[in-house]
Design a protein around this ligand. Structure first.
Ligand SMILES: [Zn+2]
Length: 73
């Protein structure tokens, strides 16, 4: 009986999938988590999650949305 060996078929061999790197935020980044910032809380850029965390208080919180047609930031 002939000795059998495993023959690898290059056509059926799966191509290893490389996961693409997460997109790097281009705009201002959150001062707490480094994510993409959409809001400005007291002049500091923050993401939506940390903006909501900041306004969840009883004192006055100055918040504005970054971006828009007339935004110079
Ligand atoms: Zn954040």
């Amino acid at each position: 009986m002939p000795k059998l060996r495993v023959v690898e078929n290059n056509i059926t061999r799966p191509i290893p999938f490389k996961r693409p790197a997460p997109p790097i935020p281009v705009g201002p980044t959150c001062g707490l988590c480094g994510g993409e910032a959409d809001y400005e809380v007291f002049g500091q850029a923050h993401c939506r999650k940390h903006m909501l965390e900041a306004i969840d208080s009883e004192t006055y919180v100055e918040v504005r949305k970054i971006g828009g047609y007339d935004d110079a930031s």
